[in-house]
Design a protein around this ligand. Sequence first.
Ligand code: NAD
Ligand code: MN
Length: 357
Amino acid sequence: MREYSIAAIPADGIGPEVIAAGVTALESLQKRLGDVKFNVETFDWGSAYYRKHGVMMPADGLATLKKFDAIYFGAVGAPDVPDHITLWGLRLPICQGFDQYANVRPTRILPGITSPLRHAEVGDLDWVIVRENSEGEYAGCGGRVHRGLPEEVGTEVAVFTRVGVQRIMRYAFKLAQSRPRKLLTVVTKSNAQRHGMVMWDEIAEEISKEFPDVTWDKMLVDAMTVRMTLKPQSLDTIVATNLHADILSDLAGALAGSLGVAPTANIDPERRFPSMFEPIHGSAFDITGKGIANPVASFWTASQMLDHLGEDEASARLMRAVEKVTGAGITTPDVGGTATTKDVTNAVVEAIHSSNV
Ligand code: NAD
Ligand code: MN
């Protein structure tokens, strides 16, 4: 029996609803496969914890998480707690503390889900966006509001290190190489951002020499939004900075039908620490408690987690089950359906157990 310890942090808004759905799917995979066991421990960290204790997680939170094989994370964000506190108090400390420098965001149009792109069908859009996850504007260095000047000035400092760019570039080339089309697009804004971004371009040239079988090109981020919209078939693997990929992957999620289906993995490729798996979406307080949150992103990221743990069969079975269910039109209102979170979850569980999945 292979056993894994998983720390679940459902946190805020619809986080608990979609993580509960994912844990149900893990339990049914465990039952179906019989030779693997997921020991899930749930932590009550997040905005409710903050209201009680003044912090989003305990001081020894990272030390606690470090012992787990993986972290399964919902979302943070509450109407009465400032976003910078929820983000910098829980999610970013985990990403940074565990050096999860590769943020991997697959996008596909799933069966039964309609893309807002008029001509795009299942198969026309099959991307993986690799988001640099430790540097750029999110490094948390140097930015401030310079008060007391005649004209107040706010600065954001984007930090890029050679080592940081090299490692994400190498990760992206390797990932592109593992995919059938062996195609990588490196996104920057090196016309306007003349320092860190120029270094990105140089390092892309340098690392590409290690991967002669990967075809790659460069795009400026603004032009990239146009290409994603008009020529989705021309893209496969994409690598971009923390900020640029944050924006591009929301667009990607929308083009694939809904943010409610888009997953993400925060990976420590060197496996020194647990990696963290989460839906891309936030806490969605407009639909919290209504029972209609789309659990597909949560299932898909659970599948990424299983893949990372080396449980390929469980990972693939979960995605086949999800695609069977979306393909049968059992979907939540955000993608045009009428099903509830529970309906979709029950259907996925049934598909996991069915013999033709
Ligand atoms: P959001 O992703 O929470 O919601 C955007 C829209 O998409 C909403 O209309 C919402 O109902 C819909 N949506 C999102 N996920 C859905 C799902 N699974 N099923 C159905 N519909 C879904 O983004 P927002 O409204 O900009 O932010 C709300 C809060 O979440 C803010 O506090 C924000 O800071 C936070 N946030 C957190 C994360 C994170 O934890 N990683 C990411 C983004 C936003
Ligand atoms: Mn985002």
